[in-house]
Ligand binder design. Structure first.
Ligand code: ZN
Length: 326
């Protein structure tokens, strides 16, 4: 196993290193860069690259990276792990989805592979893309419902067999694998373009940010990554599997009107529903019902808006139209 370099971090075989991927400088003179932790195994094997916080209001990935760094011993690894605890630093500092300093390319998960001479966030994405494409065998991008929603354990990936294998390798807690047939704009698109495989992994968000819930979400995410590492034999141990996997497409249902969003109190995540079942209603300022949201197909709800105040066009329900099992 040769030494492994990502940005300013170089780890000899069987060791770890911390550093940054340098991007540019901010007006106040501070550098804008991407923190990175490199864990280089003693023996050859795949490189599993984990990205947290492409969206600044989704810090579950940060804590999951910290857990993984604390629990992995590179001296006993066959292959390597690259952890990016915070990909979009200014967005993380502002606890917002995008970088408030960049209104031209605000949503970083829509602009990959970025542009070398582009807007600020496009340059961050471009620099990240180069390293990712050259170093990673697999990429796992960790997301959550952020400031607006809660999302239950859900994976998005392509329909290629290697991608499905990677998704199943997340282990016992991950049985919903939705299709993103031709990923575009995300780090996964860069991997796809390079003939490699990636997952977008969702868990957590606003109603699960109490100390206990937040750490439960990060634990489940970190456990999924550890299971991936066991599946590909980067670390020792017996991997687990969900055993039954549902697949289909996401419907992100948007608010037809502004008002107060009231989900059905009986809703349960990832429980089968029929087309036309009631999901939620939106009431106006005097309490009158203004709109009803219903399921667009047979399937299951996997995420829900958590901030009841809603604007026309806002995300409300994340619904999986289920096509079958994998
Ligand atoms: Zn996200």
């Amino acid at each position: 196993m040769p030494e492994l370099t990502v940005g300013t971090a170089t780890a000899a075989p069987g060791t770890r290193a911390r550093g940054v991927i340098e991007v540019t400088t901010l007006p106040g003179g501070r550098p804008l860069d991407i923190p990175v932790m490199v864990l280089n195994g003693a023996v050859n094997g795949p490189c599993v690259w984990v990205d947290g916080v492409i969206h600044g209001d989704e810090p579950e990935g940060t804590l999951a990276c910290h857990m993984l760094d604390a629990e992995l011993d590179p001296a006993n690894m066959r292959g390597s792990v690259v952890l990016v605890p915070v990909l979009n630093v200014p967005a993380y500092e502002a606890a917002q989805r995008g970088n408030p300093l960049d209104t031209f390319s605000y949503d970083m998960n829509r602009i990959y592979p970025g542009r070398e001479g582009g807007y600020l966030t496009e340059r961050v994405a471009y620099t990240h893309s180069r390293w990712l494409r050259d170093v990673a065998t697999f990429e796992l991008s960790i997301h959550s419902g952020g400031a607006h929603s809660y999302l239950s354990e859900t994976i998005f990936t392509t329909t290629q067999p290697e991608s499905i294998e990677l998704a199943k390798a997340m282990g016992k807690d991950w049985s919903l694998i939705l299709k993103n047939i031709r990923p575009s704009g995300s780090p996964g698109a860069v991997m796809h373009e390079a003939g490699k495989h990636a997952l977008t992994v969702e868990l957590g968000g606003r109603p699960a940010t109490s100390a206990r819930d937040f750490q439960r979400c990060a634990r489940t995410l970190a456990d999924g990554v550890l299971n991936v590492l066991r599946h590909y034999k980067v670390i020792d141990g017996q991997p687990t599997y969900a055993g039954k996997w549902y697949t289909g497409f996401q419907h992100a249902l948007l608010a037809p009107v502004s008002g107060l969003f009231l989900a059905e109190t009986t809703l349960e995540f990832q429980k089968p529903m029929k087309k036309g079942d009631s999901l939620a209603r939106i009431v106006g300022v005097y309490g009158d019902s203004l709109a009803e949201l219903r399921t667009p197909a047979d399937g299951m709800i996997f995420g829900l808006r958590a901030l009841p105040n809603v604007l026309t066009g806002d995300w409300c329900c994340f619904y999986a139209e289920i096509e079958g099992e994998l």
